[in-house]
Design a protein around this ligand. Structure first.
Ligand code: PEP
Ligand code: MN
Length: 258
């Protein structure tokens, strides 16, 4: 198993629920991912919610749940860090650190994550700000890498535009642009731009075809009961079907999905 988010010649699947909610949920997701031969599970324990009254995540309890499920199903774990003070906790439980769209310009957090990730040799998934240009994103990324952490993967996750048919406008062009401008690999999160599960499969196929190095997809055993982002999460059955389709597209461009 690769210790990094990026495997040359492959597309890394980063799937899991929006929020870690309970053991049963994580166990169902973990077993599905292992059965599909995948190596990573994602889940939020500290959630950047638009409203402070919405579910904020289970914190350390959630991180422990995901770590246990990861150990049981041979999966590495990815979770978001929202503040510098939470870095030691995230570092203790997770195999990779995500920086979310709302923190792309939180330069002190980026510096601190860069230093911590360099020490722990953990990869960082760095999401694009929802209103940031590619220049601003790449420049911000240097706050992470200057701390000595070079194992960074960029992640396009959709932009705020005038369009309201989707939750965010997925900038699929970011994939070839990043490949032409940077040596860093790029992930495409297809769930947050979709906002609705029915759009997720087509966006995921587009991301594979465009040359993404990783795909992020939110999945949940019972999306209707999800504590965050329910409408956009795929069920296990929907995800298994999509994986079969994505593997065919990946094979057509000489890649496998891991
Ligand atoms: C997430 O991946 O859980 C998330 C909150 O994404 P974003 O930062 O892109 O909104
Ligand atoms: Mn989410």
């Amino acid at each position: 198993m690769s210790s990094t988010l990026f495997t040359p010649g492959a597309i890394t699947m980063l799937a899991g629920p929006c929020s870690i909610e309970d053991v049963e949920q994580m166990e169902t997701v973990g077993a599905t991912l292992e059965n599909l031969g995948l190596h990573w599970i994602r889940g939020g324990a500290f959630k950047p919610r638009t409203s402070p009254y919405s579910f904020q995540g289970l914190g350390e309890e959630g991180l422990a749940m995901m770590q246990d499920v990861g150990n049981l199903h041979h999966l590495k774990t990815l979770t978001e860090v929202m503040s510098s003070s939470a870095i030691p906790l995230i570092d203790a439980y997770a195999d990779a650190i995500q920086i979310g769209t709302r923190n792309m310009s939180n330069f002190s957090l980026l510096r601190d994550v860069g230093i911590a990730a360099a020490k722990s040799h953990k990869p960082v998934l760095f999401k694009r700000g929802m209103s940031a240009t590619i220049d601003e994103w790449l420049s911000a990324c240097e706050y992470i890498t200057m701390g000595g952490s070079s194992d960074v993967m960029l992640c396009e996750r959709g932009l705020r535009t005038f369009e309201t048919s989707t939750r965010f406008t997925l900038d699929i062009s970011a994939v070839p642009v990043i490949h032409s401008r940077s040596l860093l690999p790029i992930c495409v999160d297809v769930s947050h731009p979709a906002g609705t599960a029915i759009f997720v499969p087509d966006l995921a196929k587009a991301a594979v075809a465009a040359g993404a190095d990783a795909i992020m997809i939110e999945i949940h055993p019972n999306p209707a009961k999800a504590k965050s982002d329910g409408p956009q999460q795929l069920t296990m059955v929907q995800f298994e079907k999509l994986m079969g389709e994505l593997r065919q597209i990946a094979a057509a461009i000489g890649k496998e999905i891991v």
